[in-house]
Design a protein around this ligand. Sequence first.
Ligand code: OSB
Ligand code: MG
Length: 370
Amino acid sequence: MRIAAVGLSELRLPLVRSFETSFGRMTARDLILVSVEDASGAVGWGECVADADPFYSAETSSTAWSILQKYLIPPVLARPVETAADVSTRWTSVRGHQMAKAALEMALWDLQARIDGRPLCELLGAPARPIAAGVSIGIQASPAALVDRIAEEQAAGYQRIKIKIKPGWDRQPVEAVRARFPDLPLMVDANAAYTIADAGRLEDLDRFDLMMIEQPLSYDDLVRHAQLQRRLRTSICLDESIHSPEAAADALELGSCRIINIKPGRLGGFGPSLAVHELARAKGIPLWHGGMLESGIGRAHNLHLSTLPGFTLPGDVAASRRYFVPDLIEPPIEVRPDGTIDVPAGPGIGVVPEPDRVAAAAVRIARFRA
Ligand code: OSB
Ligand code: MG
């Protein structure tokens, strides 16, 4: 692929409802749309999942923009790209910045699939299949409000519910949910809000038959996650900690988790995500696809990756209307009453952003040419 131009658009999209986690409340999503255009005019799309604030990860939309512009885009424009899978070898001297790398790498995967005239999932290695969808519900004003929200999401068909927890919002909401929904497939996500000193408090959650506890401890603390996992009957799933295939291998070696959540943005793109998928499959570790409140563009990428056989648990891959009305894509992504979502059909990711909606949400745009 000879890349003729790369476009960046930073957008600010208001969320349909605010989303609160242990690290704060979000009312809008900042994202960067990346377009890669080859000499024939074919265009691939990517979405950078870094947020405006460095709370979930050290990256922000500003750092991603700067790193893309200065370090990642120039080597892609300098000479033809053989395959999307090996473009990351041009960036080996750039330490970290996985979300910035992922946005451009994933746009190149989309472009390559479009040039080949086939769906992205096939290029990634799997045929399209319906994807099992779950939802992630933020911290609510009260346990009663949480129970009401869950009833709504269950009625929409979602196959599992994840609720956000933090110290002071854990045993009580989980108890309220279990009292109303004894058999609901339920999990919790702490976004690193606890320390090993809270192990006793987390052990208290064992009696609620949770599918897993996601990222209870710090993003860089595999050793204490292993200590905690030895004390818990409930499986730990790691999110923030799995920022590379090597981190995934270390976590499994140490026994820091029994389940992994793959987010290609957090890992630096589809290449490293495929490596974690292989590793987890070889070790019999269940996987699910995480979410980062993506627009329809990132959401479509996630659905394509979720077709791979290692994704055996429902993912955070929900319908557009939970996040953005309107979404950047038309038609939006919808969930079926059985809680599955179709992978968008057609070449590449199968969707493109609506230009007028991008223009209306843009806070800055730039275009780089070969
Ligand atoms: O920890 O999985 C997370 C959203 C933003 C940042 C981190 C996380 C989340 C979610 C929501 O849980 C997933 C989604 O619905 O896209
Ligand atoms: Mg998480």
